[in-house]
Design a protein around this ligand. Structure first.
Ligand code: AMP
Length: 285
């Protein structure tokens, strides 16, 4: 496994892989890798012979009040996990390498970036789209793998590559959870023990909503599913609900309160604060 920080060196490495007839598979991350990330590496491996992982905590996707400076990092641990997972190249650029002349040029996916995390974290998806576009320009992969953990991000990035004619196939990796159901996230490291215990409520709420839809013979009313979910989360000690949204799967189109939800149609998306730690989760109902 190689580890490179220089953009030109990564371009050369990827050129060489392609010249040798190997497909390049790419998994962008912000590091502090966990089993969720590793599952994406394994998925990439099924589609490509050369696996590139980027580890870059991208400043342009963090708001001024967010956790950029305290975002957890563990370069050595990440390298060991990547080596064990059979990664071929880690690309870990500096901020200067990714933004050599600062940042004047941005990429924005307009419609899909509105609402939910787009509304609650202004500028977040603009930063994500810009850095992913730049990383794709450096690596030039055949396939890029993103997790369903960040469901809105996944749909935004699918649209980015469609609209910009990026020659890359986007592959979605299923959300990986802890044994008690909490969605794995680098940000779980911020949780105090009591917050960590309370945080299982996100997954439990999603499951209760899915059950409501499954049990209702002719489908459940969106209004009832939302009320049930909000009600459960608002009762959780130490939790502050950021959003609870029910959307059409894939398109993320809003659903009317009177809409009838049948199994497999709608995705429930949650964002909840525990102290200053913001957790997101989602489930297809
Ligand atoms: P991050 O390092 O948080 O920016 O995430 C990098 C990639 O890993 C993104 O595509 C995420 O959606 C994905 N990811 C993060 N957590 C999980 C998880 N628990 N299960 C599956 N994919 C995940």
């Amino acid at each position: 496994m190689q580890e490179l920080r220089d953009v030109e060196a990564v371009r050369r490495w990827c050129d060489e892989a392609r010249r040798a007839g190997r497909r390049v598979g790419f998994v962008p991350t912000m590091g502090y890798l966990h089993e969720g990330h590793l599952s994406l590496l394994r998925l990439a491996r099924q589609h490509a012979e050369s696996i590139v992982v980027s580890i870059f905590v991208n400043p342009t996707q963090f708001g001024p009040q967010e956790d950029l400076s305290r975002y957890p990092r563990d370069a050595e641990g990440d390298a060991a996990k990547c080596r064990e997972a059979g990664v071929d190249l880690i690309f870990s650029p500096s901020v200067e390498a990714m933004y050599p002349a600062g940042a004047q040029t941005f990429v924005e996916v307009q419609h899909l970036s509105q609402g939910m995390c787009g509304e609650r974290r202004p500028g977040h998806f603009r930063g994500v789209c810009t850095v992913v576009e730049k990383l794709l320009n450096v690596v030039g992969p055949c396939v890029a793998v993103f997790g369903e953990k960040d469901y809105q991000q996944l749909q935004v990035l699918r649209r980015l590559v469609t609209d910009l004619l990026q020659p890359v196939e986007i592959i979605a990796g299923p959300l990986v959870r802890e044994p008690d159901g909490l969605a794995m996230s680098s940000r779980n490291a911020y949780l105090e023990p009591n917050q960590r215990r309370a945080a299982v409520a996100l997954h439990q709420t999603l499951c209760a909503a899915r059950e409501r839809v499954a049990e209702a013979g002719g489908g459940a009313l969106a209004r009832d599913v939302l009320a049930l979910s909000r009600g459960r989360l608002e009762k959780v000690e130490g939790a502050r609900v950021d959003y609870v949204e029910l959307r059409q799967g894939g398109s993320l189109d809003p659903l009317a309160e009177e809409a009838t939800i049948r199994p497999g149609e709608a995705v429930l998306l949650l964002a909840v604060f525990f102290g200053s730690t913001r957790l997101i989760d989602n489930l297809m109902l």
